[in-house]
Design a binder for this molecule. Structure first.
Ligand SMILES: [Mg+2]
Length: 231
């Protein structure tokens, strides 16, 4: 069991969403493929391909990266990509609402511990606010805004992770300097985003991120259940 390296000056935990709160990447992948089929495209993202595509953060950006590197042919218009991505997001929300998702081990307990310790809770994610709301409702059966004091989502910032923008936005909304917060992430892009915002970060990789370089992390743990907040 690892004690989280927190000091009495720690005031908030900032969680990534996809891959950190829950292993959502397979559901995202299935939703992308369903949207492609519905649009009459013969694109199909296998889990092996998706592992590579995940290095591009943001859904629309990921579709563009796929077109550039794999699909070939004329590039669809920005409007078509936006519609395609909106359809994927709707399908993802429907899949989520059917409830086939659980929080990762240790996450519910960390939230409880943090609350008991008087810490504030925030989310800093490259996913959209609607995806966040769907996930929190499906897992914690509560509105995201009731569980988290601050939510900074990918559709609110110009540059997605690994840029620090979304963490800076979370800090601004928390009204805290970076050294009063601790980030929890599952990927190198997320870790770099937190690190560039000056926030210490604990990483627990998942199936799509295992083996990445986590060198700037404060600590790397197999599971968030290995983490205990203590004074
Ligand atoms: Mg993640």
């Amino acid at each position: 069991m690892m004690q989280a390296p927190i000091s009495s000056s720690l005031s908030a935990l900032i969680f990534d969403v996809d891959g950190t709160l829950a292993e959502t990447e397979e559901m995202h992948r299935h939703a992308f493929n369903a949207a492609f089929r519905a649009a009459g495209l013969d694109w199909h993202w296998t889990s092996g391909l998706y592992r590579e595509l995940l290095t591009t953060t943001g859904g629309k950006e990921r579709i563009r990266a796929y077109i550039r590197d794999h699909a070939g042919g004329p590039a669809p218009s920005n409007e078509r990509i936006t519609l395609l991505h909106a359809d994927k997001t709707r399908r993802y929300g429907d899949m989520m609402a059917r409830g086939n998702i659980a929080l990762r081990a240790g996450i519910a307990d960390l939230i409880t511990q943090a609350r008991a310790a008087g810490l504030r809770l925030a989310l800093a994610t490259t996913t959209s606010r609607s995806n966040v709301d769907a996930l929190i409702l499906a897992t914690l059966r509560q509105r995201a805004a009731h569980v988290f004091d601050v939510i900074a989502a990918g559709d609110e910032v110009a540059r997605k992770k690994p840029a620090p923008d979304v963490y800076n936005l979370a800090l601004e909304r928390l009204g805290l300097p970076p050294d009063r917060t601790l980030a929890l992430e599952d990927s190198r892009n997320g870790l770099l985003s937190a690190h560039r915002a000056g926030i210490a970060c604990i990483v627990s990789p998942g199936p799509y991120t295992a083996g990445q370089d986590f060198s700037p992390a404060r600590a790397v743990v197999d599971t968030f259940a290995d983490l205990r907040l203590s004074d």
